[in-house]
Design a binder for this molecule. Sequence first.
Ligand SMILES: *Cc1c(COP(=O)(O)O)cnc(C)c1O
Length: 476
Amino acid sequence: MSTPTLHKAYDSTLFKKQGEDLIEKLSNHLAQTTSGQSSTMNTWVPPQEEYLFWKTYASQEHSTATFFEDVLKRSIHTHHPKYIGHQIAPTVPVSGLSTMLSALLNNGMAVYEMGQASSAIERVVIEKFTETIGWQQGDGFLTSGGTLANLTALLAARKAKVRTDIWNEGHSSKLAIMVSEEAHYCIDRSARIMGLGEEGIIKVPVNTDYKIRLDLLQDYYDQATSKGLEVFAIIGSAPSTSTGVYDDLEGISAFAKANNLWFHIDGAHGGAAIFSSTYAHLLNGIKDADSVIIDGHKMMGTSSITTAVLFKNAVDSYATFSQKAQYLWEQNDDPDWFNIAKRTFECTKSMMSLRFFSIWNAYGDQFFDDFVTTLYRSASVFAKKIDEDPDFELAFEPESNIVCFRYTRNSTKNPIEQVNKTIRKILLEDGEFYIVSTLLKGEFWLRTTFMNPFTTVKHMERLLNKIKETVPVNVY
Ligand SMILES: *Cc1c(COP(=O)(O)O)cnc(C)c1O
């Protein structure tokens, strides 16, 4: 039996009113941010203070419109051209709208009946990826983020390459994977979740360009096998997160082939460059990978979190989880592509295929080419500016849209590391720009990722000048 509260909660007229108001707000927000008109991109508040704000808020009455407005005001604005921080896309509005559509439909996706359109669209989207890579027998699915995607691919690798049936019998041998020391932390985490332990994660050093050292691969492999480890996979970063530098995928592929290893590419950030007419060459060798993952919410403009897990051979896409769930599907052994939960970690999954398809449907492949190409180019423009400025130092020549640099004018009071840490802190609290930091070979560097197609040379110059203006006052 319904109640007045339940009636109100599902009232379509109220929904229309609130929805129109929200769209109005978001549309103004888009206009203000993408044009760079809004003066701040972030209003920094320390965690405890923000918590107390919302704790108090929860005890008061607020209209839905006010609540939405307050969230908007107190969140970081990824659509602002001065957002040059972590790798998350300013959502393409049509992708955001498709997320709103799916959020209300709430199809569960685990089985076909619970996501008719979105399951079929998912197959079309996956084919777009596999065809662009150039695979004839490829397949895959979408999952919730790069972290989960890497774990799923590595489980498939273990299933395909390891002699014992670990799924049923548990571990009897010591397994290992090989990866560059610059790989994203989630690879390390995946390996530990899989029970490989510290010893099972063979971290290969990088060269001065931050690419995995190919000359060391065979040595590291031989040492591991002589210790009794069974190495089953090697992972290439495309690119690595801190640096945005791509490993030599052709080189890794040759090594994998020679030693019968699974070759996985973590393309969470830059796998999307397969769509770039200018930068696709960075992924030379991708065709020989056994599996690849690509995030939509980084370099493809979708709302988060949306990741493609792709396999060169369709069978590998189905082998990972051989598990019975009689209440979901009748025939356990059929590789029916349309019951997607047979292959994903998720049971209930959001209708994430819409986030890609809505963009393809509206703007075609051209959007993805323009997006990646524009952002990678921005980084090279910024790198040139830094290189030409005696007050700054560039960590390396960027290959993608990630640039690491530091302010190097000698401080009388503080070492360079401290000066740069202070710069990062001042910028965060100031809120005009958002940039982040990283450690490279143990040293502190400022780190920028060009995620916004509306960031211009003027914004770049303003950032560098702002740093120069800020530093003397605060740390000298
Ligand atoms: C961001 C990133 C990940 C993690 O992906 P999420 O979607 O944030 O879970 C993994 N690997 C690389 C190289 C990344 O850049």
